[in-house]
Design a protein around this ligand. Sequence first.
Ligand SMILES: Cc1cc2nc3c(=O)[nH]c(=O)nc-3n(C[C@H](O)[C@H](O)[C@H](O)COP(=O)(O)OP(=O)(O)OC[C@H]3O[C@@H](n4cnc5c(N)ncnc54)[C@H](O)[C@@H]3O)c2cc1C
Length: 321
Amino acid sequence: MYDVVIVGAGPAGLSAAIYLGRAMRNVLVVDANKPMCRWEPHVENYLGFPDGISGDELLERGRKQTDRYKVEFVEDTVETASGKLGEFVVEGKNGKYEARRILLATGIFHIPPAIPELDCCLGHSMFFCKDCDGFRVQGKKVGVVGTINDTVEYALGMLAYSPCVFVLTNGFKPTWDKQHAKWLEEYSIRVFNGRIEAVDHKEGHIRTITFGESEKLLLDTLFTTRGDVFHNRIAHDLGADLDETGEVIVDRCMMTSVKGVYAAGCVTPANCQIIIAAGQGAIAAQSINRNLFEESLADHSLLRVREGQLAQACTEPQLIH
Ligand SMILES: Cc1cc2nc3c(=O)[nH]c(=O)nc-3n(C[C@H](O)[C@H](O)[C@H](O)COP(=O)(O)OP(=O)(O)OC[C@H]3O[C@@H](n4cnc5c(N)ncnc54)[C@H](O)[C@@H]3O)c2cc1C
């Protein structure tokens, strides 16, 4: 029985593991090893790295930091979880793990645009997040792909970085509302409705996109706004409340609606940023630690630890006169 099983070893899970390890808790991290953080080759907005750092290296450093504490890792995909406060069972493809508390740090999946040949542009010239990557596309020709209100708001937001911003619906019918349609007109943002058939890029850097048979648009970068899939299945199986988009609802202590089940990072309603995920992991870990401490006072398990110390260790104060 672990004190805590953390599902997910992205920034949220690793940060929690460091805090709980330092709190002398017995922690297991179960991870399917597909962190979104790895998609970013050059993180520029994480505190303390003035020259940037790759998402991969940030995770590697975080993982190394946990080596100093009593934190175990297992690579496994959790399929479901059940139980109640103090006795949870987390079931992976390869094993079952028992814990007194669970922290879900399972993240999300950004849905990529349905455009051929874009994978290798990811993180180089194809982005999901203007807060992460807007700054680096200043003055460039920016295409925002999508058909929803968010698409329009992204395009408007990108005007802070570039005067050359277009919306691309990729052949799908727009579903943005009247107010958003009005903004597109008012701000003179061109909308291209054609289906994108091809993308020409050099080493991941987009140069043109082709509509239909031959019409080409010169572009430097694409942002996409197709939405996210939240990795919330375990939360759902445990009975935790989700909001209408699928995010796991948490309180100030990052506890879900189920006692003893916590969530942190992008799977919650927080903004999906590495520093926020790490911060939430720390909040969750501190709350869990406090909760376990209070339990140990209530059930006298801390008192039994103290009795053991008194019986075995030299606990007398050493006064020097
Ligand atoms: C292209 C791109 C660029 C980005 N750039 C930036 C940036 O510059 N700055 C920034 O702040 N943010 C950036 N982000 C966002 C950033 O990646 C996220 O904020 C961050 O990774 C969230 O951390 P997390 O721990 O919540 O989730 P993740 O990093 O996604 O980690 C979740 C972990 O949980 C595991 N997991 C999920 N389900 C299960 C399961 N059932 N069983 C076991 N394990 C499971 C996953 O495999 C994964 O390892 C970017 C994202 C993308 C896609």
